[in-house]
Design a protein around this ligand. Structure first.
Ligand SMILES: CCCCCCCCCCCCC/C=C/[C@@H](O)[C@H](CO)NC(=O)CCCCCCCCCCCCCCC
Ligand SMILES: Nc1ncnc2c1ncn2[C@@H]1O[C@H](COP(=O)(O)OP(=O)(O)OP(=O)(O)O)[C@@H](O)[C@H]1O
Ligand SMILES: [Ca+2]
Length: 503
């Protein structure tokens, strides 16, 4: 038996995309005397080829022989091995936001993703959304249990819709009241796939290591599974939203509020609003109370990051399984101590994952874990514009962004926030004059004092309430991903030799 390029290649079965009988293309390779002797039979193996920076591509090798029976035996055996890969999806529900990011969602899906799904014999039901919340509402109506996964083509906002639809549907079907902030939520085992076509694509980048539609499609095809922590956000016993990436008050809340008016600018709107918000330099007064995450061994100041097969996340997974087994013995949150911090903050950020994205490849909290049941709470206190700029710049280089006297970071399992304004409101000290003054300050770009509230940015959507109660639910959902893979030695060697060539 012979084969086409590559000459030597090791491919694990789990990274084979498909095997198909092929017509041997004589132009493919000069096969010399074989060609003259007999008719050739061939089959092609399509497989995942790992390129640099966590990018995956579909490659293929064609094997040929004069022996038809031998060819059939190989094809059959490989197909049987693929059938045994039980974690691979067979039927997917796909939602495409045609207006996310640079409005390329539909084209990306049709040209790059659909052909791969069809090669891997995955059948799909595709819905092109017609309005915001279309996907979320639809997930309450369809028979979700017939699908092996739900795929969203769009940005973080589109992912958020699908996640709300799936988690909400699971709780509804299990009779769990989402308005109860202490409720033990039911895990969602229907995996979510993200085909990135948005403006930030932070969830995709932080779970795969790159925002690339083909890479994500291949992770879906091979049936990867990455559990993910989800935070629930409540106000006065009313459910507001779930969050998986950033819950940000102050800087990121203000950027989002301003950027929503500039949607027509596309992804650029964040840079424009970011610059504007940086210049406005508003700080906000409030109180944060949190419970430290004592169950997990990691710290936000760790040098190691969460990677494929992460030990810390695995340990949290085991603890969760034990807790679920012995629900009655679970220690109550109320028994543990609350830490309280009052202050004036430029930004309050709670992240369930690193929040790495192309703008900041290491993210807001580089050592945060995808599935450890905790969030990193980052408090940036009032400081000069120059210091705040130094802090921001460190998100883009190798320096430690937590190594500033005005920045604190804690690993937490729940927290509450109340702004000074709502505290005052509750004690009825706010009068009309103060309200007017608030308006005046907001309209005055040179004034940094703050009588008005900021808004919470919850995974790219604004929340209506500034006073919130947040709780991390360990591994509530699952993605078609495997976390970020360690850089393989070959890649390192490759870049080394490229550098040597340059020198
Ligand atoms: C000097 C350069 C400093 C650059 C600092 C870059 C830090 C970037 C950190 C990005 C963190 C993204 C977190 C992800 C949040 C998502 O759930 C959410 C939904 O997609 N996205 C946003 O809210 C969208 C958030 C978009 C944030 C954009 C921030 C741009 C800041 C620009 C500041 C300019 C200062 C220039 C001073 C001369
Ligand atoms: N057909 C539609 N028309 C208008 N809005 C939609 C439609 N489909 C979905 N949406 C809404 O658009 C919002 C933004 O979409 P998406 O997240 O895909 O892109 P983005 O905002 O550019 O990216 P990112 O969230 O990464 O910043 C989502 O919150 C979603 O609810
Ligand atoms: Ca986490």
């Amino acid at each position: 038996m012979g084969w086409t390029e590559p000459k030597n290649c090791f491919v694990p079965i789990c990274e084979i995309i498909a095997v198909e009988e092929t017509e041997f293309n004589k132009k493919q390779r000069n096969i010399g005397r074989w060609q003259k002797m007999a008719k050739l039979h061939a089959f092609t193996v399509h497989y995942v080829k790992k390129a640099r920076n966590h990018r995956w591509r579909c490659s293929d090798a064609t094997f040929w022989s004069v022996d038809e029976h031998l060819c059939n035996q190989w094809t059959q055996a490989l197909k049987e091995l693929l059938e045994m890969q039980k974690s691979r999806p067979k039927q997917l529900l796909v939602y495409i936001n045609p207006y996310g990011g640079k409005r390329q969602g539909k084209r990306i899906y049709e040209q790059k993703v659909a052909p791969l799904f069809s090669l891997a014999s995955i059948s799909t039901d595709v819905v092109i959304t017609e309005h915001a919340n279309h996907a979320k509402d639809n997930l309450f109506e369809v028979n979700i249990y017939k699908y092996d996964g739900v795929v969203c083509v769009g940005g973080d906002g589109m992912f958020s819709e699908v996640m709300h639809g799936l988690i909400g549907r699971m709780q509804k079907d299990s009779g769990i009241d989402q308005n109860n902030p202490k409720a033990s939520l039911v895990q969602c085992n229907i995996r979510i796939g993200i085909i990135p076509a948005g403006s930030t694509d932070c969830i995709c980048y932080s779970t795969v290591g790159i925002s690339d539609p083909v890479t994500s499609a291949l992770h879906i095809i091979v049936g990867d599974c990455q559990p993910l922590d989800v935070s629930s956000v409540h106000h006065n016993n009313t459910f507001l939203k779930y969050s998986v990436s950033l819950l940000g008050y102050g800087f990121y809340g203000d950027i989002l509020k301003d950027s929503e008016k500039k949607r027509w600018m596309g992804p650029m709107r964040y840079d424009y609003s970011g610059f504007k918000t940086f210049l406005s330099h508003h700080y906000y007064e409030g109180t944060i109370a949190y419970q430290p995450a004592k169950h997990t061994h990691g710290s936000p100041r760790d040098q190691e990051s969460c990677r494929t097969g992460c030990y810390i996340c695995k340990q949290s997974g085991k603890q969760l399984a034990e807790q679920n087994k012995e629900r009655g013995l679970k220690h109550e949150e109320g028994e543990e101590e609350w830490k309280v911090i009052k202050g004036k903050f430029l930004a309050i950020n709670a992240v369930n994952m690193s929040c790495a994205c192309p703008r900041s490849p290491k993210g807001l909290s580089p050592a945060a874990h995808l599935a450890d049941g905790s969030a990193d709470l980052i408090l940036v206190r009032k400081c000069s514009r120059f210091d705040f700029l130094r802090y921001l710049v460190r998100h883009t280089n190798q320096d430690d962004q937590f190594d500033f006297p005005f920045v604190d970071v804690y690993r937490v399992k729940c927290f509450q926030f109340t702004s000074k304004l709502s505290e005052d409101n509750e004690s009825n000290v706010m009068d009309i004059g103060k309200k007017r003054f608030g308006q005046f300050c907001r309209d005055h770009p040179a004034c940094c004092c703050n009588i008005v509230n900021s808004t919470w940015n919850c995974d790219g959507e604004t929340l209506d309430s500034s006073a919130i109660e947040v709780r991390v639910h360990c591994q509530l959902i699952k993605l078609f991903a495997r976390g970020i893979e360690e850089d393989c030695k070959d890649e390192a060697a490759h870049s080394q030799s490229s550098i040597e060539q340059l020198l």
